[in-house]
Every structure is written in structure tokens, then in C-alpha cells.
Design a protein around this ligand. Structure first.
Ligand SMILES: Cc1cc2nc3c(=O)[nH]c(=O)nc-3n(C[C@H](O)[C@H](O)[C@H](O)COP(=O)(O)OP(=O)(O)OC[C@H]3O[C@@H](n4cnc5c(N)ncnc54)[C@H](O)[C@@H]3O)c2cc1C
Length: 310
């Protein structure tokens, strides 16, 4: 039996969306799944579905203190594996607990699997030049932070959840004094978009990407880009999709002027429906597409904007 804990971070008293994604993956890997929450008491919301137990501690604390409490929890229950979203506060909590427990922490994983009862933590290394499988054979728990959006969230609501409150021992005096904090405005989120209008080098210019933005606005979607398009200056890095960019799972992925290199496919193959437009009928992206259109991207985008705007 493999016991897996999923750290469910809180942002502004709400659970991080990636908690659901990690519970889904944990469900696939292990037999007993615990969702760990420190902060506001979670209502047994959809985002925690799939966990067998919810372990909750009501301390409202900052990252270092949460790491301290999590360490106490881990020493008490001794799970085999702990997974965290690779978000900033969750990564701090993970690092703090790993140091306290003298175990390893593999950061920013893009895939996870179990072999012979051991967690294999997969991630690009050396700037994406190598795909590495990393293990933690001698220390427990095995700990990993996981990149946003790499797995689909849990969809089936089933099973009963147990609920347990953890009462921590007194934690040490706070070593850090918070002087002020600033909430950054929420940015439009490529990872959570239902519709993505993506462009590649074939789009040819920044002006071309402005047209893709127009189509995305009409559809209520977001613009994505290949690394080649980003390197050419047609779009900024925040739009990059793929092995060294964002991992996305939209319902609809429209790909214009994209060849379909494996490093791009790695970031978008989880899309429910892929429609691609390319002038080359042998473009590799066609073999990943539900609908393949051999045409100039601009004529298709222009027609779509006109028709969908009506
Ligand atoms: C370590 C590493 C990490 C990488 N990480 C990523 C990553 O995260 N994301 C990523 O995207 N790439 C990544 N790459 C780069 C990747 O290998 C490809 O080079 C890149 O995805 C190609 O982008 P592209 O499809 O836009 O360009 P190209 O491969 O040049 O393809 C352009 C396509 O546009 C088509 N085209 C041209 N004109 C038109 C037109 N008028 N209308 C329609 N179609 C047209 C062409 O037929 C062609 O198929 C990585 C590479 C390495 C080595």
C-alpha cells in the first residue's frame, strides 16, 4: 500500500486549483490519498474529491510556519510520498519540510510514475536538453513539486472522505518579520483556458499574432505560441506552450502555422480537440489533430473572425 499526501495550498483562503490535479495523479499512483490543508477549513469541495482523507490544521500561518507544521504532521503519520504544486508558497513549504526531514525534494516535475514501489520523478534538466528520471531511494518521504497544469484534474466524484484535524505542538518563534505585502493583479490564465488560439513561426510576425489575439477575443480564449515564435519576438514568453513553457489542457486548441515538434506537443497533447492549419500537408502536427486543414493560416483566421463576430 502506497500512502500519498497531496499538499493543498491556499491562495486568499481558496484552494490552489492544482490541488485537484495532484489528487487525480496521486489516485492513479497510490492506494491511500490524503489531502493536507493548513489554513481556512476547507468545505469538502470538488477540488478535494478523490482524496480518502483530509488532514486539516486551522493555523493561519505564513509559508515557513506551515513548513514547520507539515514537518510535525509528516513525522506523525510517515507517508511514503508527498506531492506539492510548484507554486511559490507551496514550493517554500516543501523546501522547508524537506530540510527538516533530511530527505530529497525534486522540483518542477512534469511527470510521475511508480516503479517497484519507488516514485520516479520526471523533469527536463539542463535547460531542457535532457529528460531526467530522478529517484530518492534512501530517504523518506519522497517529495516532489509538480509543474502547473501537467495532469488533468479529477472528474469523478466518488467514495467517502474521512476528515481529521491536526493540532500542532507549539512552533518556534517566527524568524521573519513581514513588513508589507502587495497583491498582484490576477493575470489571464493560459493554463486554465478552455480555448487556446496558438501560433507558430508560420504566423510570421507580431501583426500576425495580433490577429490571433483578435480571434481569441472573439472566442473568449487565450493566445499561445511555440518557442520558435517566442524566440522570433512574435509573442512573449508567458504565451509559450511546450516542454519549456506552459502545459495546457484546453477543450479546444487551434494551431496556426505550427509544425508539431515533440517539445511543443509535450505541452498541448492533453487538449480535448485539436484543429490545426498548415500549408504543409505533411506537417507532423496533423497526426495529433482531430481536424487538419491544409491552408494559409491567415485566410482561415480572417474568415473565422468575420463569421464568429456576426
Ligand atoms: C530543449 C528544447 C526545448 C524546447 N521547448 C519547446 C517548447 O516548450 N515549446 C515549443 O513550442 N518548442 C520548443 N522547442 C522548439 C521545438 O523543437 C521547435 O523548434 C518549435 O516548436 C517549432 O516551432 P514552430 O512550429 O512554430 O516552427 P516551425 O517548426 O518552423 O514550423 C512552422 C510551420 O509553419 C508552417 N507554415 C509556414 N507558413 C504558413 C502559413 N502561411 N500558413 C500556415 N502554415 C504555415 C510551416 O509549414 C511549418 O510547419 C524546444 C526545443 C528544444 C531543443
Amino acid at each position: 500500500m502506497i500512502n500519498i499526501w497531496v499538499w493543498c495550498g491556499m491562495v486568499n483562503d481558496s484552494l490552489e486549483p492544482d490541488s485537484a490535479m495532484l489528487i487525480a495523479k496521486a489516485r492513479e499512483l497510490g492506494s491511500c490519498i490524503t489531502a493536507v490543508v493548513i489554513g481556512k477549513k476547507p468545505d469538502l469541495a470538488d477540488s478535494l474529491r478523490g482524496a480518502d482523507m483530509i488532514l486539516w490544521c486551522g493555523e493561519s500561518a505564513r509559508a515557513w510556519k506551515k513548513g514547520e507544521i507539515l514537518t510535525q504532521m509528516l513525522k506523525t503519520y510517515l507517508p511514503d510520498i508527498v506531492l506539492f504544486p510548484a507554486a511559490s508558497e507551496s514550493s517554500l513549504v516543501a523546501a522547508h519540510a524537506a530540510v527538516q526531514l533530511e530527505t530529497g525534494l525534486c522540483a518542477d516535475c512534469t511527470d510521475l510514475r511508480i516503479e517497484d514501489g519507488q516514485l520516479i520523478m520526471h523533469r527536463p534538466a539542463f535547460g531542457g536538453g535532457v529528460e531526467a528520471d530522478i529517484v530518492c531511494p534512501h530517504h523518506r518521504p519522497q517529495m516532489a513539486t509538480v509543474r502547473t497544469g501537467v495532469f488533468a484534474p479529477y472528474v469523478q466524484a466518488e467514495g467517502k472522505q474521512e476528515y481529521e484535524e491536526f493540532l500542532p505542538k507549539a512552533v518556534i518563534q517566527e524568524p521573519i518579520k513581514l513588513i508589507s505585502s502587495v497583491m498582484l493583479p490576477a493575470s489571464k490564465n493560459l493554463q486554465n483556458a478552455d480555448i487556446i488560439v496558438a501560433g507558430g513561426l508560420g504566423v510570421g510576425s507580431r501583426e500576425g499574432f495580433a490577429l490571433l489575439q483578435e480571434l481569441a477575443d472573439v472566442l473568449g480564449g487565450q493566445v499561445g505560441a511555440t518557442r520558435a515564435a517566442v524566440d522570433a519576438g512574435f509573442a512573449s514568453w508567458k504565451h509559450q506552450i511546450g516542454q519549456t513553457g506552459h502545459m495546457v489542457h484546453p477543450k479546444l486548441y487551434l494551431a496556426f502555422g505550427i509544425s508539431g515538434a515533440i517539445q511543443h506537443i509535450a505541452g498541448m497533447h492533453g487538449a480535448e480537440c485539436i484543429i490545426s492549419v498548415n500549408t504543409d500537408p505533411r506537417a507532423p502536427i496533423f497526426s495529433y489533430s482531430d481536424f487538419a486543414i491544409t491552408a494559409d493560416w491567415k485566410s482561415i483566421v480572417s474568415q473565422l473572425i468575420v463569421r464568429l463576430s456576426k
